[in-house]
Ligand binder design. Structure first.
Ligand SMILES: [Zn+2]
Length: 217
């Protein structure tokens, strides 16, 4: 899979489809051979859920076939998490509320849900718990990898300062490290006013594309 940026919302992604459809990946993300990618149809991402009562609007996802290794790969807009139905705007906001603001599940749900009073609030507390548990489960490994990268490019990083930094849990430390990595990845370095949700998305792209070079050309 290749994560692409095609707008910040479901409607923006929908509008960007003609551009996305014409955007051919240079090389295969699996075998890395250049010039072998051919169009292999598209599929609808069925349930891009947001915390609103509007029915989910399917978003088209372009699929490519590599004629060298015969594997298919899709270009998934980065408003989506690869495996979860809710968009990053909802998942990211939940993670920030839990790990930065220290909110309870019911506080998070009350602030994110835009559902009318007569139906169940969305997302469910079960979903919120699952997202936060998954994030916390990866935090240790992600933080280690991220700090190793940032140590070579960001000498001022607070997390690398042995003096005066309060000990925090890996999920808490990962949030500011994520923001730092995202601003370093940004083409307009230093001028970035990205939200933390966009930061989390950037790290996700970075992780799946498995390399910084793809993001900073
Ligand atoms: Zn290939």
């Amino acid at each position: 899979m290749i994560a692409i940026h095609a707008g910040n919302t479901v409607p923006e992604c929908d509008q960007a489809w003609p551009k996305v459809a014409a955007q051919r990946p240079e090389a295969c993300p699996i075998c890395h051979m250049a010039g072998h990618m051919i169009v292999h149809g598209r599929y609808p991402r069925q349930k891009p859920l947001e915390a609103t009562p509007e029915p989910p609007q399917p978003v088209k996802v372009r699929r490519w076939l590599c004629t060298a290794c015969k594997h298919t790969t899709s270009m998934l807009p980065d408003i989506f998490h690869r495996y979860r139905q809710y968009t990053w705007a909802v998942i990211g906001a939940a993670l920030v509320r839990r790990f930065v603001l220290g909110q309870t599940w019911s506080q998070i749900q009350a602030e994110l849900s835009q559902m009318p009073a007569d139906v169940a609030p969305a997302p469910s507390v079960d979903s919120l718990r699952r997202w936060c548990q998954a994030y916390a489960g990866y935090a240790q490994a992600w933080l280690k990898t991220m700090l190793a990268v940032l140590a070579t490019v960001w000498p001022q990083l607070a997390q690398l300062n042995a003096h005066g930094v309060q000990a925090a849990s890996p999920p808490q430390q990962l949030m500011p490290a994520t923001a730092t990595l995202a601003s370093w990845l940004s083409p307009a370095r230093g001028a970035l006013a990205a939200t933390t949700v966009a930061d989390l998305r950037a790290v996700w792209r970075w992780g799946w594309n498995q390399g910084l070079a793809a993001q900073i050309q």
